[in-house]
Design a protein around this ligand. Structure first.
Ligand code: SAH
Length: 477
């Protein structure tokens, strides 16, 4: 006989006490953590649990007894459903407070090493419109909201949508009206493309059957003023493709690169697909102030598949913080690990003797080399490969042991083998740039064998979200 499932609890008058490191606010109930997305510290709320795990619950607010003083009215009409800006209901000042706390908690609870204090987080001047890239998804069955006629009433006539995935759901797309993350004409382009497609009966993608013409719309811009639009189609219907792209070209002459991808695969990734240029340049140009006065500004060529930091204004501040921590004298050999397209390598190259950049995506290394040429930088070499395999005694014997290592790993942090090799190479200083204070703290605990934390500087690259970057200077004891 099937076991009767116990109903999940309704927790009354739960006090929300923290903003939570995964962007979900939390409270405590019977010694258990309860995550409550879209709540704010200081709220007192009734929470219906919808997920029960051994060590935590997750639930949604069903009634509010007290509203936190930290709350503000979110500017976006999609707040609460869209996964993009989970912290929009927190005043930006408090977002910064909780990010600072995230770094402190990680150092205290995970690294458990002494540190000299944390510099105040560098906040963004513009907490909106800061992203240089957004990727939207077409769906023939958008997520129905309270604006739609309900299913009971027969549902809306048109169920197409173009927007973002609901958090954690690959097949649920929220149709977006205005997004405050990327400056115009981002919204104008998305809405115009959607309306054109609806008027001309273009089939929107159906993820379950892998059918439909329109799949994704990617909009990228640069601080130098370039604008790239990439439309991803599910099949090669040349006539319809040309018609839509001609429409975009005519309506938005400011688009400097207009591109097409045909994606007949099941997944959305375009990294293994050919990008066709329909009109304009095959790349955009990004620019960056140099690290030191008197140096020429840096330029970067960014192709449709190349990675570039999504908040260039704050990236500049992040790189500057890393540069200042390193305190280069000019004669050093520096390793830039996880170099991507070589932006940090380029930023520091003119202030040191030699830089070695390592990165596993070969295309990124190709871009990195091209970027050095573009900036007439000739003291940087790049190697592509998995750092966990590439970095060994032989590598250090061939290329020299660095005085300083700059490392900027992905969210998972560094592989223990990479940490071990760094400990064996014994650079004087390590500048650790991280987008995940928890894995960074874990790695700092390992590096503690020979290194002490000298400086900590968080930088907010992603306002309205719980994400942040953190720079730590470690020095050999
Ligand atoms: N420093 C760059 C990119 C940082 S993102 C910048 O500031 O723009 C992290 C980079 O690490 C990505 O480019 C990713 O491709 C690379 N990477 C991830 N795992 C890796 C590994 N095991 N070996 C080498 N590179 C890796």
């Amino acid at each position: 006989m099937a076991r009767q499932k116990k109903p999940l609890p309704l927790i009354e008058k739960l006090e929300i006490t923290d903003a939570g490191s995964e962007g979900k606010a939390l409270g405590r109930w019977n010694d258990r953590v309860v995550f409550v997305p879209f709540a704010a510290p200081g709220d007192v709320v009734d929470v219906q649990v919808y997920k029960k795990r051994r060590s935590y619950f997750e639930g949604r607010i069903v009634a509010t007894h007290k509203k936190s003083d930290l709350r503000i009215q979110p500017i976006c009409s999609h707040f609460g459903l869209c996964g993009g800006c989970k912290w929009q209901h927190l005043d930006y000042r408090y977002q910064l407070v909780f990010k600072q706390k995230q770094v402190q908690d990680a150092l205290d609870r995970i690294a458990k090493v002494p540190y000299p204090g944390i510099a105040p987080i560098i906040g963004a001047e513009n907490p909106y419109y800061y992203r240089n890239k957004l990727e939207f998804t077409f769906s023939d069955r958008r997520w129905l909201t309270s604006k739609d006629t309900s299913k009971a009433e027969g549902g809306p006539e048109d169920t197409n949508g173009l927007g973002f995935h609901l958090p954690g759901m690959f097949d649920k797309i929220l149709d977006i009206d205005t997004c405050y993350l990327q400056k115009e004409p981002s919204n104008e382009i998305r809405l115009a493309v959607r309306n054109f497609a609806l008027e001309h009966n273009y089939p929107f993608y159906n993820v379950r059957n892998n059918e439909g013409l329109l799949r994704n719309l990617i909009i990228r811009n640069s601080s130098a003023g370039d604008l790239m639009v990439i439309v991803v189609f599910g099949k090669n219907d040349r006539e319809k493709i040309d018609e839509l792209l001609s429409f975009i070209r005519g309506k938005f002459p400011e688009v400097s690169s207009l591109m097409v991808v045909i994606n007949e695969k099941k997944n959305d990734s375009i990294s293994d697909l050919n990008v066709q240029l329909f009109y304009g340049k095959d790349h955009l140009m990004e620019q960056m102030k140099p690290a030191e006065a008197g140096q020429t500004p840096l330029q970067f060529k960014v192709g449709p598949k190349s990675f570039y930091q999504t908040n260039p204004g704050q990236a500049q501040k992040l790189y500057q913080a890393a540069f200042d921590f390193a305190g280069f004298k000019g004669d050093e050999l520096v390793y830039d690990l996880y170099t991507g397209t070589g932006t940090i390598a380029a930023f520091i190259a003119r202030s040191v003797k030699h830089v070695i950049g390592v990165e596993y995506i070969e295309d990124a290394v190709g871009d990195a080399r091209e970027n050095m040429k573009l900036n007439t930088i000739d003291n940087v070499e790049f190697y592509s490969g998995d750092l966990a395999k590439l970095l060994d005694e032989e590598f250090f014997a061939t290329h020299g042991k660095p005085e300083i290592i700059v490392t900027d790993p992905p969210r998972a942090g560094m592989h223990p083998k990479v940490v071990r090799q760094i400990l064996l190479a014994e650079p004087q200083k390590i500048v650790y740039v991280s987008c995940n204070p928890a894995t960074q703290a874990r790695d700092i605990a390992l590096l503690n064998e020979k290194y002490e934390v000298k400086k900590v500087q968080p930088v907010d690259m992603f306002p309205q979200t719980h994400h942040l970057e953190n720079v730590v200077l470690l020095e050999r004891r």
